[in-house]
Design a protein around this ligand. Structure first.
Ligand code: S3P
Length: 440
């Protein structure tokens, strides 16, 4: 356990490039491992989660190494050519790593055992097991469909047409990755659009991925057994990590910061849209594209926020950002109503419960529903002064450290070590902008 205390920050200023996007980093490594030849990944997130995926891919026979320059080199084996790992694949805290790799292994004639840390071992895997079984994989595990699990894949997978029961990019991606080594067309139908990094990455490597509207939702089709060839990838800065300094700058009086190279995929910018509706001073400049992904620089100035009703349909485009949005709402004037949050209970922790408990301990008035959260902001600083249990959840940890930067009294978290899963160097980066994060 590594406790950390966040005391009132001075006005935040300067510029920051937060680490690479976690979702894109996992996908760059995995698709690189399935391509023929060499891929070069610039700006890979070197957080715990992604390093676990890299280790798992090495165990599956691909080469994935960091070079002295900081560029990652991946030598792929080609679709269908991964080898059976000699040991258990331990994905640590990484839901994306575990679920996407289960899809990869499902369409290989090999057996792999998947496990993870205490948080990952509690998370539901039935949502990927079910479609992968339909494609022909055999998957055995404990009651409740939790890790550890044994996946015995097939070299003879069947294409499926699968309407997603939950809006989940991880489930969609697991099926598309299994569909890579499946003859014919594998189709996933999304009731609500989710992040499309897998589709963009697969196209970048040469696969045909089609997207079209159906009466049941957006249909995404992968044409199986393409020839993928090694590519160069520049990973944008992670908008889900940028969310923390962004909200900190909005809340700490006098702040003015620049966040550079931030990924602006349309399925990831729900927080920015919401904060702008709340009155946030956010400007986006230098829009450009990297490996098929839109990127830009974000300038943020301290702002007075007002409460709003956040449309439930926006949830998939900001699913990881509700903890930090709830912190922002605690400083806003008026009520912020967030609905459609059921999936939040199934993340690295029960994020809805953790946010509600932590904010209440910091003196914020709120109501927690089964899948909703209403925050009664008073347009003033919440009291703070609490010690927050982070339950192995990096985003809960960072959200409450941000709250401590602008609350009346400092906020402590019980353990800062999970932050390394997505934002290594968080405390130093924030302190360089003017925050005061230190061991208690
Ligand atoms: C992710 C998808 C989301 C998100 C997670 C990363 C991805 O999960 O919460 O942090 O990389 O595909 P779900 O697919 O479970 O919604």
């Amino acid at each position: 356990m590594k406790p950390l205390l966040s005391s009132t920050a001075g006005a935040l200023s300067g510029s920051l490039r937060v680490p690479g996007d976690k979702s894109i980093s996992h996908r760059a490594l995995m698709v690189g491992a399935l391509a023929v030849g060499e891929s070069e990944i610039h700006g890979l997130l070197e957080g715990e989660d992604v390093l676990r995926s890299a280790a798992a891919l090495r165990a599956l026979g691909a080469e994935a190494e960091r070079q002295d320059s900081g560029i990652w080199r991946v030598i792929g084996r080609g679709i269908g050519a991964l080898i059976e790992p000699a040991d258990v694949l331990d994905l640590g805290n990484a839901g994306t790593g575990a679920r996407l790799l289960m899809g990869v292994v499902a369409a290989h004639a090999i057996t792999a055992v998947f496990t993870g840390d205490a948080s990952l071992r509690r998370r539901p895997m039935g949502r990927v097991i079910e479609p992968l079984r339909r494609m022909g994989a055999r998957i055995a595990g404990r009651a409740g469909n939790c890790l550890p699990l044994v996946v015995t894949g097939t070299g003879d997978a069947l294409p499926i047409r699968y309407p997603l029961p939950v809006p989940s990019a991880q489930v969609k991606s697991a099926i598309l990755l299994a569909g890579l080594n499946t003859p014919g067309e594998t189709m996933v139908i999304e009731p609500e659009p989710t992040r499309d990094h897998t589709e963009l990455m697969l196209r970048h490597f040469g696969a045909t991925v089609l997207s079209r509207d159906t009466p049941e939702g957006r249909g995404v089709t992968i044409v199986g057994q393409p020839e993928l060839t090694g590519r160069r990838i520049e990973v944008p800065a992670d908008p889900s990590s940028a969310a923390f300094p962004l909200v900190a700058a909005l809340l700490v009086p006098g702040s003015d910061i620049l966040l550079s190279d931030v990924g602006l995929n349309r399925h990831r910018i729900g927080l920015i849209e919401t904060l702008m509706e709340m009155g946030a001073g956010i400007e986006i400049g230098k829009r450009r594209e990297q490996a098929g992904e839109p990127v830009g620089d974000i300038r943020v100035k301290a702002s007075r926020l007002r409460g709003i009703r956040v449309p439930a349909a926006r949830a998939p485009s900001m699913i990881d950002e509700y903890p930090i949005l709830a912190v922002a709402a605690s400083f806003a004037e008026g009520e912020t109503i967030m609905q459609g949050l059921g999936e939040l209970r199934l993340k690295e922790s029960d994020r809805l419960g953790a946010v509600a408990r932590g904010l209440a301990a910091c003196g914020v008035r709120l109501e927690e529903g089964a899948d909703s959260l209403t925050i009664h902001g008073r347009g003033a600083k919440p009291a703070g002064g609490a010690r927050i249990e982070t339950a192995l959840d990096h985003r809960i940890a960072m959200a409450f450290l941000v709250l401590g930067m602008a609350a009346q009294r400092p906020v402590a978290i019980d353990d800062a070590s999970p932050i390394d899963t997505s934002f290594p160097g968080f405390a130093v980066a924030m302190n360089n902008l003017g925050a005061r994060l230190a061991p208690p």
